[in-house]
Design a binder for this molecule. Structure first.
Ligand SMILES: Cc1cc2nc3c(=O)[nH]c(=O)nc-3n(C[C@H](O)[C@H](O)[C@H](O)COP(=O)(O)OP(=O)(O)OC[C@H]3O[C@@H](n4cnc5c(N)ncnc54)[C@H](O)[C@@H]3O)c2cc1C
Length: 326
């Protein structure tokens, strides 16, 4: 039976949900709500590299889940040949014992991508996917109703859900919340105990546009600092900070200064920081650090808590969620 479905959000969670709804439930009427002005999506301020970063199975539930999501998304990116997605390598420079143990199973590289100032004890390389969020998310089918409006209320009617915005009210059989960190604004309006522990985590990074460099895109990581070069869009990014319980768009300059210091200590590359823009996005993290995809109440669903793994976890979780719909 065809249904009317409201998807709230326009980031990677909402895009993946709509993608699978269109494939698995082609007769449903989909209406999308989002508000980039009032609730900026983390997805568009994301350094967006999908990689395992040394995660392997058999050590934790979170690690097992991430490996499963990686298997799915790796194939998804491979087969999809999507605009804005480039297959690349992530090189990690390992210095301390904990890192060496974590990456023990990852193949060693014969030489490092960039000259190191502080020689790492080991250099390893993994496959990764580098994503340009704007181009990639815009490449999905948009032939459904879309409203640029903040959802200010959600109310259960005898059969359905009433979605309220400043532009009007609409009734839907199902509502799927892909609201990232802004889910907290709906607290009290919807039963969402599963998302009660959700908190913000501010991420800021340096970005150089029009940066012409190597011939290929690459991702480099050392001491938790990531340097990403996207040859296709000639952009270099260095970051990002992780500041829990902070949902401000005012970047934490102390933490950025630490990133710059670590970069200058480890890497020989000279960068002109006066030319860098600072970008900030707000991630959403649940106490378990695991994402949530499920039913909050009859007809009300959510995909959230993607934290630092949105580009790996959104696709498999959205497919699983949409497959449960009757
Ligand atoms: C600096 C940074 C670097 C990152 N790097 C990586 C990385 O390398 N690899 C990786 O996998 N992940 C990374 N992440 C994490 C990843 O970007 C996120 O997990 C992912 O983008 C979250 O997507 P989302 O769709 O859940 O939320 P969002 O992208 O935040 O989208 C939420 C959407 O909900 C809408 N919304 C919310 N409330 C309402 C409302 N009441 N009414 C209407 N609309 C509403 C918003 O407008 C928005 O469109 C990074 C994040 C940041 C900030």
């Amino acid at each position: 039976m065809s249904q009317s479905v409201a998807v709230i959000g326009a980031g990677v969670a909402a895009t993946s949900v709509i993608h699978w709804l269109k494939i698995l439930r082609p007769l449903d009427r989909i209406v999308q709500f989002s508000s980039e002005n009032l609730a900026p999506a983390a997805s568009y301020k994301s350094t967006a590299v999908a990689a395992l970063r040394g995660t392997r199975t058999g050590l934790s539930a979170l690690g097992d889940e991430l490996c499963e999501h990686w298997e799915f998304s790796d194939q998804f990116y491979q087969q999809g040949k999507h605009a804005g997605v480039v297959e690349s390598v992530l090189e990690t420079w390992l210095s301390d014992d904990k890192e060496l143990r974590r990456f023990a199973h990852v193949p060693e590289a014969s030489a490092s991508l960039l000259p190191a100032r502080l020689q790492p004890r080991r250099v390893v390389r993994e496959k990764c996917w580098m994503i340009d969020p704007q181009v990639f998310l815009a490449s999905f089918d948009r032939s459904h109703e879309q409203h640029s409006s903040l959802v200010t209320g959600l109310q259960r009617t005898p059969q359905n859900w009433l979605v309220k915005t400043q532009q009007g009210e609409w009734e839907f059989t199902k509502v799927i919340l892909c609201t990232g960190v802004w889910q907290r604004w709906l607290k009290g309006l919807v039963p969402a105990d599963e998302l009660a522990t959700l908190v913000p985590s501010q991420g800021s990074y340096f970005e150089w546009r029009g940066f012409s460099f190597e011939e290929k895109s690459f991702a480099l990581s050392f001491q938790g600092v990531n340097l990403h070069y996207r040859h296709d869009i000639q952009t270099l990014q260095l970051g990002a900070t992780t500041i829990k319980n902070n949902d401000s768009f005012s970047p934490a300059h102390d933490a950025l200064a630490e990133i710059r210091k670590t970069f200058e200590e480890h890497c020989e590359l000279n960068l002109d920081f006066s030319q860098a823009q600072i970008q900030t996005g707000i991630r959403s993290i649940l106490k378990s650090r695991r994402p949530y995809a499920g039913q909050l109440a009859p007809g009300l669903f959510a995909l959230n808590g993607l934290y630092k793994n949105g580009w790996i976890s959104a696709w498999p979780l959205a497919k699983k969620l949409c497959s449960t719909f009757e």
